[in-house]
Write a protein of this length. Sequence first.
Length: 304
Amino acid sequence: MNEVPRHEVIDPRFRSFVLGNAELELLFDQARWLEGPVWFADHRSLLASDLPNDRVLCWREGAGVSVHRAPAGYANGHTRDREGRLLSCSHQHRDIRRIEPDGTETVLCDRFEGRRLNSPNDIVVKRDGTVWFTDPHYGIQTDYEGGKQTPELPPRVYRFDPRDASLTVVADDFEGPNGLCFSPDEKRLYVAESGDQFAAEPRRHLRVFDLDDDGARLVDGRVFHTVEPGYADGFRCDTEGHVWTGAGDGVHCIHPSGALLGRIFVPHAVANLCFGGRHRSRLFLCAGQRLFSLAVNQRGCQWP
């Protein structure tokens, strides 16, 4: 019987990124749909949304998985701000909110020019403290992820500045903006375009934008890479600027030029991922009902 390959090296540079003695580990398999992983290095734990079950789970080495927060407003994407507080995208409440260590919740933004946001999906924080997030229609198109509601705004990418509570549209030419991530130097912003979830063929590409000189606006948007099989959803950059994205067959590693370097095969489609662990060199993979991890030979740079 032929052994199923664990990875595929497309470019020789990828060979040093994967470890021959590192096995894919199943950490949990009792979710409905896992999303929004974020690593808490100070607690040596991972938070991830079990979105249809309206709960946020916590995985901790040696302790397994517990419920961190429920109900959770059908939270999707998460990140941490510069003070280490959790920021969360809520489908049900259609907002971005900050959760303090004591559990206190503060809504940062929920409207643009008087109209409600759609269903904030994924979120990142820039070094200057500004909060960037995507706002597609996905989370309010069905009851499965928070309750069917009527969109009031087109799908967009926003920038929120906590210093003056201003909310700015930075990209408005998306059908369905999804995951997003800054390059290590923050001169680029990558955004997944997943299109209309009810279309016969979803869009599969990652787009990339340059940031202008003041770092507050996006310019020169273009297609960076087309993900196949599957479609683009959540992803992260490593310290050298490679993009690691979920795909229909696992995880794909993409060079900053847009060239596919290699694939890591996972028995289930990977929707989202993040780097974590002691050295930020452990990939945590959200794959439907299952949470996996895999040690790699690259370190993640995405805050935190």
